[in-house]
Design a protein around this ligand. Sequence first.
Ligand SMILES: Cc1cc2nc3c(=O)[nH]c(=O)nc-3n(C[C@H](O)[C@H](O)[C@H](O)COP(=O)(O)OP(=O)(O)OC[C@H]3O[C@@H](n4cnc5c(N)ncnc54)[C@H](O)[C@@H]3O)c2cc1C
Length: 379
Amino acid sequence: MAHQQERRHAIIIGASYAGLVAAAGLKCNGWSVEVIERAREPLRTGGGVVVQKRMLEYLTEHGVAFPGVASIPAVERKIFRRDGSIMRMPESAAAYTSWDVLLRELEQVVGPDTIRRGVAMEDLPDWGAHGEVVLDTGQVISGDVVVAADGIGSRSRRLLLPGIQPTYAGYVAWRGMVNEDELSRETVDAFVDSLCSYQGERSSILLYEVPREDGDIRPGRRRINWVWYQNVAPGDELDRIMTDTDGYVHHTTVPRGVMPPETLTVMRDLAEDDLCGPFREVVLKTEEPFLQKIVDLTIPRLVFGRVVLIGDAASLVRPHIGSGTAKAVDDAIHLAHALSDDCDEDLSCLAAWEHTRLDDHVGLAGYAKAVARRLNLGT
Ligand SMILES: Cc1cc2nc3c(=O)[nH]c(=O)nc-3n(C[C@H](O)[C@H](O)[C@H](O)COP(=O)(O)OP(=O)(O)OC[C@H]3O[C@@H](n4cnc5c(N)ncnc54)[C@H](O)[C@@H]3O)c2cc1C
């Protein structure tokens, strides 16, 4: 049995969804927690996200105050057709918020003092025995468990499973957000309180409303979050659009603000050609779109001695089923459950966790691929 009286210590690499939820969950279970985050400021990578009810319930059950996330429910699903008609269905599944709003709340729950920003994990030299982490400052820290939540390009994964790389799925997602007060009244009205989609000849777009950065959810003061998929063959064409204003070719994401004018023109020409009116207006009025290459990855193991991979570090699910953040949150919550007082000193309790999570990852990845095939996306 573990030393029930001693507080066990967890080092968490990455202060995004997986890392912060794991930190909150482990704190609930009496662990001391130290989060290492490479970025000095919270990242601005994401757009809209589904509010994770399971996460809110879990934290509330464990006595952690969650201040309340500004969100907008989609009450209707609208499929805009090429002939101009709209198919409508009730939609009760989800409330949407934005990445920045939710992460800000999570940071408050974990406690900003727990997070060391601007410090990166450099190496995991003794993961089997002592859970050692070498930081880029040269400092070596160790924990009873090291939770690697360092995302899509995970250095932890590369150290633990050298040679395993995400594979390109054959399509990209153009993404962005635009303030509603920059759009025409007709367009805002067309999309209000709805999850909306349109399938063009060469692309497929989905959008919904999310709160403004300051949390404002009044109609007309919200933002529209859009994700727009397009098949792009690997090779020169893909490399060209993944290149930023400095000439750097990005592996997975061309972030906001560094998309060169020629790539913006490629995107805008596609919008003119392949989107119907309101969707076209949303894309054309977005000032800082970003671009994401869709990639696949599942791995055979999640537990490596004292180091555990979770979230995007552990596996990648295509975005169609809204489960990137959901999976990260599930990995983290179930991990916190597994690492309860009953968990042995050698962490053998994690074998069952690993088995269940690997099954889930494979199931979700397969389901998301099937959705992509229905939309004619990918290879
Ligand atoms: C461009 C982009 C946009 C997305 N938009 C959405 C969206 O709108 N909605 C949605 O539901 N999902 C979105 N996703 C998917 C979603 O981001 C992920 O599934 C989810 O964020 C996974 O969370 P995570 O905590 O595992 O990883 P991440 O969110 O990637 O976080 C990893 C964290 O680890 C830190 N880190 C990395 N390396 C180190 C290191 N060596 N040392 C210390 N810290 C390190 C990073 O700075 C980062 O903060 C998007 C993904 C991408 C790539």
